[in-house]
Structures are given as C-alpha cells and as structure tokens.
Design a protein around this ligand. Structure first.
Ligand code: AHM
Ligand code: MG
Length: 337
C-alpha cells in the first residue's frame, strides 16, 4: 500500500534519482535548510512563553532594529549550513558581511546561500505570519572565496524557496523544475508534500500594496491602484486589497489564489524597500516557475545586475495578466524616479 504522505526528505531523494550524476550535495543542503526551519519554527511557536519576543539593542545593515528572533533565526540557519558542509558561504540580510566557511582552508562546499532568516519580523510580536526566504547559488571557483564570487545575478540561482511560519508552517521551493509546497506535520515533525506542482492563476482578484504610502507613489502605480478599484464586471473588478506587511505571507496567499504584490519605487525610496538578493530574486524564481511574472517595473527581476549584496529593488510580482497590466501603465507614463 502506498503511504498517505510524502516527506520532504523522500521527495528530495526521489527528485535526485532523476539526475544519475548528481552527488546529492544540493539535496543535503535543502535538507539542512529544512532542519533549521523546524528549529526556528519551534522557537516562533513558543515565542510568547520563552521570552524571546521584542527588539535587541542592535541595528542591522538595513538600518532596521533587529528583533531577538531575527538574531536567533540567523544563527540557526548559519549553524545548520556550516554543520552540513555543502555550503561554503552565507550572505544574510542580517549580516553586514558574508559569512565564509573557508577558514583556515578552502572548504568543500559547492554552494553559496543567500538568506533572509526572518522576513516580516516586525509582525512577530502580534502573532502575524513571518517567513524565511532563501536562494542557492553555485560556488563559482574552488579556491578561496572572494567577495565578488558572491555577487551573482538572480538568473544564476540553482534553487530558491521560503518557509512560512503561519497558521500552519510550510516550506515551498523550486530547483528550476516547478514549485512544490510541504506542510509541517507537528506530530510527525516532518514537512509533508501538500501542494505539488504549484501554479499561480494567470489572473487573480487581489492586489497587495502598502497604500499608506500612496501619495509617494509614481503616477503610474496610482493609476494601476485606481484601475484595481474600478467597477468592471468582465474582469471581476474591483479587486480585493489584501496587505499583511509580511512578504512571505502576502506572496504565499497570492501564489495560491492569484494576485499581484507591489512594492514600488517612491519618493524617498527610488528603489523601493525590498532587497534584490534576499527577497526579490528568490521570490522571482519561484513565481516564474509557478507561471507568474516578476519585474522591477522595467526589467525582469532575474535579469537585474546584482552590484551589491544589500541592494534594493522595486517589485511587481504575481499573476501574469495582472503584472502585465501594471507594466502597461508604467510604460504609458514613462516616469523617471
Ligand atoms: P524585513 O526584511 O525587515 O522584515 O522587511 C521586509 C518586509 C516585507 O516582509 C514586507 O513586504 C515589507 O517589509 C513591508 O514593508 P512596509 O511596512 O513598508 O509596507
Ligand atoms: Mg526581509
């Protein structure tokens, strides 16, 4: 009799069998990320009891106040990756500098991981969904890693994924061959396949943007928001506005239901707020693999040149027809930010 569920580990092993020459390194790396996610999930679940909520005294490279759980999640992922030894360096939204595991000699890890260990963490004290976002790149040379080796464009990602710590905890990832989602069974302590071959509907009825910043948005984005709000039966408008303020949670909802998420350029933030390496690129790889689109307003996110690890980018991401419509309006106004 076939088992009722497939665990993440079983799934990874099955997929690896499709590549007879694979050495299993990427599989082991994904497994290490899954283990760290479970540890972080446990801490988040009991955060109110364990006294780990609240801010630290530290401000990170982004100029944001670090939450205690930001620090905890960052440490857990880095420790798991170091112990697993498939990864040679980690670049993290929480660290000014890359963490390179090559000391004292070049390590054997064939991969580099970029991570936002706890995205949306400003929501954590109020029990709103938060997440971990990760990207995996190949190490480009086997000698000692140089800072330049870490600046790889989004289209060089080997895999990308996120963990959403929400009403249930899920891990969603792609290795460039479709997107699969796994729900953590708290009794088994295993991620089990629950959303095979995820595809975003071409057209949704949700738009997600922080409308509190409306007056700072470019005219084209204001027009697109007004378009979403207009009455129009054939296209099912007005669309619903849904914005949690936690990228992973907003993205996950739109991936399943169809929708568009926008973090536009705006007055005072010409490149928006989100980070290209830690947030936009991994989400762009996932959305494209699920049949959606990701752009900064002009250029496909995955084609943007990565010039700095903490570089920011505007983001328009989601259902194909909705992003296309937003791009049409941007083209119409051809604004310079
Ligand atoms: P963080 O990485 O510091 O948590 O910030 C990223 C978060 C995203 O999860 C979310 O989409 C965005 O910031 C919300 O920003 P805003 O509060 O400006 O709408
Ligand atoms: Mg973040």
């Amino acid at each position: 009799m076939k088992p009722q569920f497939k665990t993440l580990d079983q799934f990874i092993i099955e997929k690896q069998a499709d590549f007879p020459n694979a050495k299993g390194e990427l599989s082991r790396l994904l497994r290490d990320l899954g283990i760290a996610a479970k540890v972080v999930n446990r801490e988040i679940n009991r955060a109110g009891l364990a006294g780990v909520l609240g801010e630290t005294d530290c401000v990170n490279i982004q100029g944001e106040c670090q939450q205690r759980l930001d620090v905890y999640a960052n440490e857990q992922f880095i420790t798991a990756l170091k112990r697993g030894s498939e990864c040679s360096a980690v670049v993290s939204e929480e660290n000014d500098e890359p963490v390179i595991f090559d000391s004292p000699l070049p390590g054997k890890g064939s991969y580099i991981v970029a991570i936002d260990p706890l995205d949306g963490s400003s929501n954590i004290d109020v029990n709103v969904g938060v997440g971990t976002i990760f990207s995996i790149y190949r190490r480009v040379n086997s000698s000692a890693i140089k800072p330049h080796d870490l600046l790889q464009d989004g289209n060089q990602q080997v895999a990308a994924g996120y963990v959403i710590y929400g009403s249930s905890t899920m891990l969603v990832y792609t290795t460039g061959n479709g997107v699969n989602g796994f729900t953590l069974d708290p009794f088994l302590g295993e991620f089990c396949l629950s959303y095979p071959d995820m595809m975003i509907p071409d057209q949704g009825r949700i738009y997600s943007v922080n409308e509190g910043n409306y007056n700072r948005f470019p005219e084209s984005v204001k027009q697109y928001i007004r378009y979403c709000q207009e009455e129009d039966q054939p296209t099912g408008r007005p669309y619903s506005s849904r914005y949690i303020g936690s990228l992973v949670a907003d993205f996950h909802r739109n991936l399943i239901k169809g929708g568009i998420f926008i973090y536009p350029p705006m007055i005072g933030a010409p490149n928006g707020k989100l980070r290209l390496v830690y947030e936009c690129n991994p989400m762009a790889m996932i959305i494209e693999q699920a049949g959606g689109v990701a752009s900064d307003g002009q250029t496909r996110i995955l084609d943007l040149e990565v010039r700095g690890l903490h570089q920011r980018s505007a983001l328009f991401i989601g259902s194909k027809a909705m992003v296309k419509k937003a791009m049409e309006m941007i083209e119409l106004y051809s604004e310079v930010y």
